[in-house]
Design a protein around this ligand. Structure first.
Ligand code: NAD
Ligand code: G3P
Length: 332
């Protein structure tokens, strides 16, 4: 099976390492400098240091190679941040093979237009493309080390789900299929916002009770929002919902959680992002999530508090006071 991974950040590189022995795998970088750095070091020293690139892994770069891969691969997997997904789906819109993305976020809202999830971008730019998303609890470093990981392949197209299972399932990776694309995408995006909240909570030493409360009430927010967008409730109890939320909210490998820890130390969002050197999708998508939820009449107090913190309207301790001061309500 011919598979191209389009984007050589931490996650694209880890997945390429995992697939290289099993599929005819190409890792595509967006420019020559990035590919040259991979080839020279034999690893992705910038985004995933310490993991050798297998000899069987082919490297490619630039727009011409992208067009060639789009036309020839059985499966193209977009591994850019969500901000790059629209452009990549446009480039892939005539691809004869299956297409999937790994991005977990929501586009920023622009000029009164609400920011979109991946499957909504797909419907806008390439409605005829057979595509979907690969999500679930998966730190790149653990996948690159060969540690057991379970993922979700979500698509409205059976052939995309099947292509993802055929390429990725096996060895230390398990892949479960799901046709609830909206639910899987909402889980992958919103858990990033909630991980910023739990990072803040732990950075302020608020305790394990507080962390469990944030995760549980955060899951309720995520589910309400997702169901208002047409997702199924049971998806939020699965790997891309509860699973990824627990991983990201509690695991120190999470960049979003680390943003929360840094904000608790009084660092600004810009400083936190700069010190990470990686994308932290929760910082970019929190506002859109809150705006879209408000438009749907869905209350997301934890996500709203994260936005107040990111926008400097509340200091870390004020966020906690604000959440605790809310009216008593029924659970649900
Ligand atoms: N790292 C993980 O453990 C992990 C796991 C699962 C999902 N994800 C998701 O995968 C996506 C990528 O994350 P990552 O960890 O690989 O990011 P990263 O910060 O490690 O790397 C980002 C990569 O994308 C490239 N890039 C940035 N903007 C781009 C654009 N507009 N167009 C094309 N390429 C662009 C950069 O050059 C870099 O190669 C994110 O949405 C993230 O939430 C990450
Ligand atoms: O490091 P984060 O916070 O972007 O999380 C990485 C993955 O999405 C975890 O599943």
């Amino acid at each position: 099976m011919k598979v191209a991974i389009l984007g050589a950040g931490a996650w694209g590189t880890a997945l390429a390492i995992a697939l290289a022995g099993r599929c005819d795998t190409t890792l595509w970088s967006r420019d020559e400098a990035q590919q040259a750095a991979l080839a020279a070091a034999g690893e992705n020293a910038r985004y995933l240091p310490g993991h050798a690139l297998p000899a069987a892994l082919a490297l490619a770069q630039g727009p011409q190679a992208l067009a060639r891969l789009a036309a020839t691969q059985d499966l193209c997997i977009v591994a850019t941040p969500l901000a790059g997904l629209r452009e990549m789906l446009q480039a892939l819109r005539e691809a004869p093979g299956a297409v999937a993305w790994l991005s977990k976020g929501v586009e920023p809202s622009r000029a009164g237009q609400p920011g979109l999830l991946g499957h909504e971008i797909l419907a806008e730019v390439a409605p005829r493309l057979a595509a979907g998303v690969l999500s679930g609890p998966s730190f790149a470093q653990e996948v690159a080390r060969g540690q057991p990981t379970a993922l979700v392949a979500a698509s409205a197209h059976a052939r995309v789900r099947e292509a993802l299972v055929a390429a990725v399932h096996g060895g230390h990776l398990r892949v479960y299929a799901n046709d609830d694309v909206a639910g899987v995408e909402v889980g992958g995006a919103v858990k990033n916002v909630l991980a910023i909240a739990t990072g803040l909570c732990d950075g302020l030493s608020l305790g394990l009770n507080a962390r469990a409360a944030l995760i549980t009430r955060g899951l309720a927010e995520m589910s309400r929002f997702g169901m208002a967008l047409g997702a199924r409730a049971d998806t939020f109890m699965g790997l891309s919902g509860l699973g990824d939320l627990v991983l990201t909210a509690t695991g120190d490998l999470s960049r979003n959680r680390r943003v929360g820890l840094l904000l608790a130390q009084g660092r600004s969002p810009g400083e936190a992002l700069e010190s990470l050197g990686h994308v932290a999708e929760g910082v970019y998508c929190a506002r859109t999530v809150v705006e879209r939820a408000a438009g749907l009449g869905v209350d997301m107090p934890i996500a709203r508090a994260v936005v107040d913190l990111l926008d400097g309207r509340l200091a870390p301790r004020e966020v906690v006071a604000e959440l605790m001061a809310r009216e008593a309500r029924a659970e649900g």
